[in-house]
Design a protein around this ligand. Structure first.
Ligand SMILES: [Zn+2]
Length: 304
C-alpha cells in the first residue's frame, strides 16, 4: 500500500484517508494493521499522540508527526522537551482529562482554501492548522471554518470538496476569534520551527504566576486575583468557547491558573490551558514573546 505525498499543511489523517482511497482497498483495517495502529476514532483536535507517534516511526510519516497534527502543541505540557516524545507516547496520555473542556470532535475546513486547493491540486483536503484545538478561523482568508460531524473513522473521511452540502455546518464567530485563531497558529508555528520554545513559553507563564505565597489562604487569594486579571483581558466569549464551566453557570468554576500551576497528578492536559494563559500574557504585553521569535530566527533549524 503506497502512501500519497502530503499537500502543504495537510493533516496526517487526511494523508492516510487519501492513501486508503487511492490504494483501491475498501477498508481502513489494512492501513491499521500495516502501521500497528489501534482502531480508535480519528479525532482531529485530540492530538492522538499515541497513534501519531506510532506512525512517525515510518519514513512516509516522519515529518507529518510534527507538521500534520496538533502533536507539537502538547509539548506545552513539559518543562523539558527531551521527555515530551516518550511521555506523549506512554499510556498515561490516555488519562488527559478533557471533561471540563468543550472539545470539538468535528472536522473543520475553509471553503476558500478548499476551492483554491482544488484548482491547484485537483482535490481539497483537510488542513492541520484549521483543525488545531479550539481554532475557529482560517487566518489566510479571515473566514470562520465550516464544520463537518460524523467523520470519525478513516473510511468516512472524505475530502471537503466531495461532501454533500447538507453535511456542512457554517459557524458564526466574532472578530475576537480571528485574533485568537491567529495566536494559536502562531504558537504552533513557533514550536514547529523550534520545539524547545515550549520550555521558554512555560517559563513566561511561571514568572507571571510567581511569587506564589506558601500559606494556603494567601495562595487562594493570589490565584483568584490573577484569574480576575485574566478574565478582564481575555474575551469571555473565548473562555466560553474553550471551557464548559464558563459556558454553564451551574458548573463549579475552576481556577485554570491554579490547576495549571499545581499540576495535581495530572501530567498531561489539553494544550488549551497553556494557550489561554499565554494568550492572556501576550494581550497584556504584546512584546512578551519577541525574544523567542528572535531566538528561533537566529538558530534556524529546530532542535531535536
Ligand atoms: Zn482559507
Amino acid at each position: 500500500m503506497n502512501i500519497v505525498k502530503a499537500f502543504p499543511d495537510e493533516h496526517v489523517w487526511s494523508v492516510a484517508a487519501r492513501s486508503i482511497k487511492w490504494s483501491g482497498f475498501d477498508s481502513s483495517s489494512i492501513f491499521f494493521d500495516k502501521f500497528g495502529i489501534d482502531q480508535s476514532h480519528i479525532k482531529p483536535t485530540k492530538g492522538n499522540c499515541h497513534n501519531i507517534t506510532k506512525l512517525a516511526k515510518f519514513k512516509e510519516f516522519e515529518q507529518l508527526q510534527k507538521s500534520g497534527s496538533s502533536f507539537l502543541l502538547w509539548y506545552l505540557n513539559f518543562d523539558r522537551t527531551e521527555c515530551a516524545d516518550s511521555e506523549l507516547n506512554s499510556a498515561e496520555y490516555q488519562q488527559a482529562r478533557e471533561s471540563q473542556l468543550t472539545v470539538c470532535s468535528e472536522w473543520k475546513f475553509c471553503p476558500c482554501c478548499a476551492q483554491e486547493n482544488r484548482a491547484l491540486y485537483g482535490t481539497a483536503y483537510w488542513h492541520n492548522k484549521h483543525n488545531l484545538p479550539f481554532v475557529t478561523h482560517c487566518t489566510k482568508h479571515n473566514m470562520p471554518l465550516s464544520h463537518v460531524a460524523n467523520l470519525k473513522d478513516l473510511d468516512s473521511l472524505i475530502m471537503p470538496n466531495r461532501l454533500a452540502a447538507d453535511r456542512i455546518q457554517s459557524q458564526q464567530y466574532g472578530e475576537e476569534f480571528f485574533n485568537w485563531s491567529r495566536f494559536v497558529e502562531r504558537i504552533f508555528n513557533m514550536l514547529e520551527q523550534n520545539p524547545s520554545v515550549a520550555t521558554q513559553l512555560r517559563q513566561k507563564i511561571w514568572s507571571r504566576l510567581n511569587p506564589v505565597p506558601n500559606e494556603q489562604k494567601k495562595r487562594r487569594n493570589h490565584f483568584n486575583g490573577l484569574l480576575n486579571e485574566l478574565e478582564a483581558i481575555v474575551p469571555n466569549s473565548i473562555l466560553r468557547h474553550c471551557f464548559q464551566f464558563y459556558r454553564d453557570e451551574k458548573r463549579r468554576k475552576s481556577n485554570i491558573l491554579f490547576t495549571t500551576y499545581k499540576r495535581d497528578g495530572i501530567q498531561i492536559r489539553n494544550p488549551v490551558y497553556m494557550l489561554i494563559i499565554l494568550y492572556w500574557i501576550e494581550l497584556e504585553d504584546s512584546s512578551i514573546f519577541g525574544d523567542l521569535h528572535e531566538t528561533t530566527n537566529i538558530t534556524g533549524n529546530p532542535a531535536k
